[in-house]
Design a binder for this molecule. Structure first.
Ligand SMILES: Nc1ncnc2c1ncn2[C@@H]1O[C@H](COP(=O)(O)OP(=O)(O)OP(=O)(O)O)[C@@H](O)[C@H]1O
Ligand SMILES: [Mg+2]
Length: 307
């Protein structure tokens, strides 16, 4: 039986301009190359799930412009089901211009898109009951709340990518969320604190998410690994020690892999370890999507690391 994972939320097109060094001031500059790459939290998570062998669907919105078509085609090329990736007439896609220097320094300018309809009434929520796990990011709040509510009713686990958002966005989505996995900036924003510099503070912030109804609240901390709070207390999963070349999309890939592991019925501890391995392997390769490992690469990595 195939593993069906639905990922709903953000998709964006990165237009990347490599240059020898970052331009100083205004002027005209020459790039040594140019390429376009799809990104966005839920969109990358869907690609990760597909790379891991899942029947992954991306549900989301873009404009009926060149960027929207390009993102749809790229995702389909990775084997993601884009039937519910809708391009809306009169809307405009989210795009970023990224000027990246040889030393890795970058300037990013993002346009979040325009006129993307918030009303999720078009989503085929009856399909949620056939999924094994549902993931959403916090950029399309109405969509996330709708798909999570349907999943909860059907007993399907829900995973939130908790990036920076408003209090109102969290208040809407967290009561429907089973597994709230925050980035550090996302947890700080949710907790309303400038810093969460020790485990007592991190635990208090995670407890705030659990008080809203989440079973598991976690914070991912890059190379420092992650912490999660559940009924049994605070737990930790260290990051795998790897030769890092590019951390782009590590968090997105982590979330996609975690949803896959949950969908397979694994324990939370097992899912955290599996997702950490997938994200760490991605960090050893260039590209947010091109660097995502497949299932057998992850299995070999985990077998070697458990000896
Ligand atoms: N340098 C690294 N080495 C090993 N594992 C890493 C590294 N960076 C990230 N990871 C793994 O990926 C997980 C998620 O990364 P991180 O906490 O940086 O996500 P994020 O803040 O959401 O970032 P983004 O969404 O921008 O990729 C970490 O908990 C860890 O397991
Ligand atoms: Mg992230």
């Amino acid at each position: 039986m195939s593993l069906r994972i639905i990922c709903l939320g953000n998709t964006t097109l990165d237009k990347v301009w490599p240059v020898p060094e970052l331009p100083a001031g205004s002027g005209k500059f020459r790039a040594s190359d140019y390429f376009e790459l799809g990104g966005g939290m839920a969109a990358n998570a869907a690609v990760a799930a597909a790379r891991l062998g899942a029947d992954a669907a991306y549900w989301g919105r873009a404009g009926d412009d060149a960027a929207g078509i390009s993102m749809q085609n790229e995702m389909a090329g990775y084997g993601v089901d884009v039937t519910q990736f809708r391009l809306f007439a009169g809307a405009r896609s989210s795009v970023s211009s990224i000027v990246v220097a040889r030393d890795g320094e970058r300037n990013i300018v993002n346009f979040r898109g325009a006129n993307l309809p918030d009303d999720p009434a078009w989503l085929p929520l009856e399909q949620v009951a056939k999924a094994h796990a549902v993931l959403a990011d916090i950029r399309w709040v109405e969509g996330a709340a709708a798909v999570f509510a349907a999943a909860r009713q059907a007993g399907i686990p829900t995973v939130l990518d908790g990036e920076i958002a408003t209090d109102a966005a969290y208040a809407t989505v967290l009561p429907h969320t089973d597994h709230a996995l925050f980035s550090e900036p996302g947890l700080r924003a949710f907790a309303g604190r400038d810093s969460l510099d020790n485990d007592t503070r991190r635990r208090a912030a995670l407890k705030k998410a659990r008080d809203l109804g989440c079973k598991v609240a976690a914070v991912t901390r890059g190379a420092k690994g992650l912490l999660w709070l559940d009924d049994h207390g605070l737990h930790r999963q260290p990051a795998f020690d790897v030769d890092v070349v590019d951390t782009t999309g590590a968090g997105d890939v982590f979330h996609g892999a975690y949803a896959c592991a949950l969908g397979e019925g694994r324990s939370v501890a097992d899912a955290m370890r599996f997702a950490s391995a997938v994200a760490a392997l991605k960090c050893t390769r260039h590209g947010g999507r091109a660097g995502i490992p497949n299932r057998s690469e992850v299995q070999t990595f985990l077998t070697n690391r458990s000896q």
